[in-house]
Design a protein. Sequence first.
Length: 225
Amino acid sequence: MSLLRACLAILKREVRLGWGAGGGALLSASFFAGSVMVAPFALGPAPDTLGKIGPGYLWLALTLASLVSLERLFQADLEDGTLDQMLLSPVPHSLQVLSKIVGQWLATAVPLLAVSPIAALLVRVEPAVILPLCAQLAVGSLGLFLIGAIGAALGASVRRGGLLVALVVLPLYAPSVIFGASAAAALATGGDFFSQPFLFLCALVLAALAFAPVAAAAAVRLHVD
């Protein structure tokens, strides 16, 4: 129970910091909404064009918006000594990192996903597809945050390391974006929710859930040591 309480305390702290000044929770949602709002100007207002490209474009906007808050995931804790205290704790470091990632995901992705139905309407996604598409975005966003945490941990000691994090993380995002966009396209053409691309996406998320906290914890220890 003490282990669970410790992880919940870290999770609540991340949510609170994410909604605090400079946390970036609303910034990511604003970036996502702004990216979708300019889509009709870049792709053209034709409903047929937007309807075909829209689901995949939502995945692209989600991927870029998830990068906005990653820079501060570990950097602030490294600067104020919180990571040193975490290493001294008897709680396994990988569990602490997982709690931080899930807290960051709840603080950032939940408001982002809250605006995704409206964003889907802006890019002419069929109303019947919107809720299943948002559910797929929710699953994929957790995988994006897990993978992004590895880059955030590697760039934690680099001041203004947002560009470094993006360079490290974007190639790792490619499989998730490919399978996510394919699953969205299958939905848009009348396919099943549990299509083959979405099952592959779920497998990637589960693999990231097992591997990313361990890799991010090892990267953080390099900075602290």
